[in-house]
Design a binder for this molecule. Structure first.
Ligand code: S3P
Length: 451
């Protein structure tokens, strides 16, 4: 689980055009929630297409630690035998979430309103990330917390005998915070209200409804989303088919746009409106992307993306689009490096507290590869079209999306690009290198060979 072990450098270099039809692994947000909600339901939930990455498997272990039985079947699908809301067992060991921010924050919400004690740890990246954003509303609900300075991991919590329902206005655009409060509210007696001034991904609301929770969403006079949840429902098991992760699809999407002559189809991608900001932005930049075979599965829209190499132009990305593409800015910065002119990305303050300080990590990585950029506290401007880009080594800071984004850069740059640690890619997209090999990309674990 921990990435404190030996780093594994990877290098990518210009190869042939990328061609083929692929599927990316299941959506990470939906995969985490399928296991969590399955664990809280009474009976057997089945999950097809679960993302089998380190982050999601850590969530499976956490749910097992409170009594759920999670089993992989021969056909690759999973069953989750839930213990039922209110009946969680006290874990007998420390819960190690590795690199997984979503896993730990949502699980703290679930455990925090149960009268059990639990201790959470993570890798060096997760241990730097702020947990106060979920621990503070939990304190309001009656949870006792002991955490390292600045509300960082390791942290121990003990839920109260009876959690109090609260009304909480989410202070930053964060689906994790919204979800942690709602999940804690599940085991509070009465109505929990979450006010969301800036809309973020809505998988928790949609999926809880599917599991039978009494949850409603409205918009108030100020234009804020108001989510009301009635506590202590009996959640009913579901059959879930997890669609392809649009955040993972972002890598082949951008790669196919920037590697000359490419023509790629990415099938079965989740098209939830809170997740499609990158596709919208790349189309505005001139990307030849068509969405075909649009359909609905399990209450979510999915479709196939047909993408061809394109001449891109720089644009200003509206700041209010950030929540719908928050994980995609690193790979957008790579697309911007191949666009004509400047791409200006405002509203990026949340990037500072991701798996790394992503704004700084992207800027340093671009600079190391000769790509002009300007970083401010919450914006990034990338100037595309520089001569002779590539040739640099990028420090990934245990951040999977930094590693994958800069490997995509190497696929189209003039000189190979090395990332100092590719092992961390396993947290969200374990099949990344194999899938890109199949499309014709050149990714190598041996830097001298690739160069
Ligand atoms: C996620 C929410 C986002 C996103 C993360 C997944 C979720 O985090 O970056 O990868 O599944 O709720 P924030 O809520 O911190 O923006």
């Amino acid at each position: 689980m921990s990435h404190d072990s030996a780093p594994k450098p990877l290098t990518s270099s210009l190869g042939s055009p990328l061609t083929g039809t692929i599927r990316v692994p299941g959506d990470k947000s939906i995969s985490h929630r399928s296991l969590m909600f399955g664990a809280l339901a009474v009976g057997r939930t089945t999950v097809k297409g679960l993302l089998e990455s380190e982050d999601v498997l850590a969530t499976a272990d956490a749910m097992r630690a409170v009594g759920a039985t999670i089993t992989k079947l021969e056909d690759g699908s999973y069953t989750v035998d839930g213990i039922g809301l209110g009946s969680l067992l006290e874990p007998e060991h420390v819960i190690d979430f590795g690199n997984a921010g979503t896993g730990v924050r949502l699980t703290m919400g679930i455990f925090g309103s149960h009268n059990i004690a639990a201790t959470f740890v993570g890798d060096a990246s997760l241990s730097k990330r702020p947990m106060g954003r979920v621990l503070n509303p939990l304190r309001d609900m009656g949870t006792n917390v002991i955490a390292r300075d600045g509300d960082r991991l390791p942290a121990s919590i003990r839920g109260p005998e009876q959690a109090l329902p609260i009304t909480y206005r989410v202070p930053m655009p964060s689906a994790q915070v919204k979800s942690a409060v709602l999940l804690a509210g599940l085991n509070a007696a009465g109505e929990t209200t979450v006010i969301e001034p800036i809309p973020t991904r809505d998988h928790t609301e949609k999926m809880l409804k599917g599991f039978g929770a009494d949850i409603s969403v409205s918009v108030n006079e100020a234009g804020e989303r108001v989510i009301k949840l009635q506590g202590q429902p009996e959640l009913k098991p579901q059959d879930i088919d997890v669609p392809g992760d649009p955040s993972s699809a972002g890598f082949p999407l951008v790669a196919a746009l920037i590697v000359p002559g490419s023509d790629v189809v990415i099938e079965n991608v989740l098209l939830n409106e809170h997740r499609t900001g990158l596709i919208t932005t790349l189309i505005e930049m001139g990307g030849d992307i068509s969405i075909v075979n649009r359909r609905e599965t399990g209450g979510e829209e999915v479709g196939d993306l047909h993408v061809k190499a394109s001449k891109l132009k720089g644009i200003t990305v509206p700041a209010d689009r950030a929540p719908s593409m928050i994980d995609e800015y690193p790979v957008l910065a790579i697309a911007a490096a191949f666009a004509e002119g400047d791409t200006f990305m405002p509203g990026l303050e949340e990037l500072r507290v991701k798996e790394s300080d992503r704004l700084a990590a992207v800027a340093r990585g671009l600079e190391a590869n000769g790509i002009p950029c300007v970083e401010t506290e919450d914006t990034l401007t990338v100037t595309g079209g520089a001569d002779a880009i590539g040739g640099g080594t990028v420090v990934t800071h245990l951040d999977h999306r930094i590693a994958m984004s800069f490997l995509v850069l190497g696929m189209a740059a003039h000189k190979p690009v090395t990332v100092d640690d590719g092992a961390v890619i396993a947290t969200s997209f374990p099949t990344f290198t194999g899938l890109f090999d199949g499309l014709g990309a050149k990714i190598s674990a041996n830097t001298s060979e690739a160069a």
